[in-house]
Write a protein that binds this ligand. Structure first.
Ligand code: NAD
Length: 249
């Protein structure tokens, strides 16, 4: 299988893209460490799947991250998936909202990478290949979208961090890429639709910005996650990989 023998940690694994990625990686032979703050979602994810172990982890909590890194030891793959969508222009953005988005979407990846990379470097010395994947978005340095001031800024920073890590460790067997999906039908997207003034119109608007005329499903995204965490992508690093259904054609 494509991920045989690999130990892969995935954040935000209780639902959405992170959950689908955990299941897809386990199905390809990986031993998956699924982390999230949502205990219930983690419990249903692990139920009946011996390839998935779960830990409650807040990726905003430095000391908890460091403690888990010390307990787990080396990983072959790290997928930093956690992130949050703030809705609004720069004029709607309080300092607190800005700081929260920066912390959850960007600083968490700095914390996670700093904590797990040293042991991953040792692992790369043995296997020649470890992979870090950071969740960005098409809404980033790639393309601007209305009401995504904080979100687009943070996801652009994710791409910058990804390229920096890729450049610094390219000679040491560490690859680092960013994933840039289009609009994906996940629980948080359903929440954004439900909380809009006109939910029916909001769903139409999200769908209208996808040229294929439909939202992505998590199964459209998970294969790219498997690819980027596997050795099939061994010559791919520092890239912002779009899976956007043609938005950026
Ligand atoms: P989601 O937003 O539905 O779920 C996010 C998960 O993250 C939840 O299980 C939540 O409990 C967890 N989480 C939140 N804060 C956390 C924290 N501090 N520590 C650990 N876990 C935490 O999932 P999604 O929509 O698949 O989004 C996942 C990632 O994909 C995000 O980074 C998002 O920005 C990105 N993304 C989503 C879309 C989309 O359209 N859904 C598009 C592009 C990128």
């Amino acid at each position: 299988m494509r991920l045989d023998g690999k130990r892969i940690l995935i954040s935000a694994a209780a639902q959405g893209i992170g959950r689908a990625s955990a299941l897809a990686c386990a199905a390809e032979g990986a031993s998956v460490v699924a982390v999230d703050i949502a205990g219930e979602g983690l419990a249903t994810l692990a139920a009946g799947n011996s390839a998935i172990e779960t830990h409650r982890l807040d990726v905003r909590d430095r000391s908890a991250i460091d403690a888990l890194a010390a307990r787990l030891g080396p990983l072959d793959g790290l997928f930093n998936c956690a992130g949050f969508v703030h809705h609004g222009t720069i004029l709607d953005l309080s300092e607190d909202d800005w700081a929260f988005s920066m912390d959850l979407n960007v600083t968490s990846m700095y914390r996670m990478t700093q904590a797990f990379l040293p042991a991953m470097l040792e692992r790369a010395g043995e296997t020649g290949s470890v992979s870090i994947l950071n969740m960005a978005s098409m809404a980033s340095s790639i393309k601007g979208f209305v009401n995504r001031a904080a979100y687009g800024t943070t996801k652009a920073a994710v791409i910058g961090l990804t390229k920096a890590v890729a450049a610094d460790f390219v000679t040491r067997g560490v690859r680092c890429n960013a994933l840039c999906p289009g609009t994906v039908d996940t629980p948080s997207l359903r929440g954004r639709i439900a909380s809009a003034a006109d939910p029916v119109q909001a769903e139409k608007d999200f769908t209208a910005r996808q040229p294929m005329g439909r939202l992505a499903t998590v199964s459209d995204i998970a294969p790219m996650v498997v690819y980027l965490l596997s050795d099939e992508s061994r010559f791919v690093t520092g890239q912002a990989m779009l899976v956007d259904g043609g938005v950026t054609i």
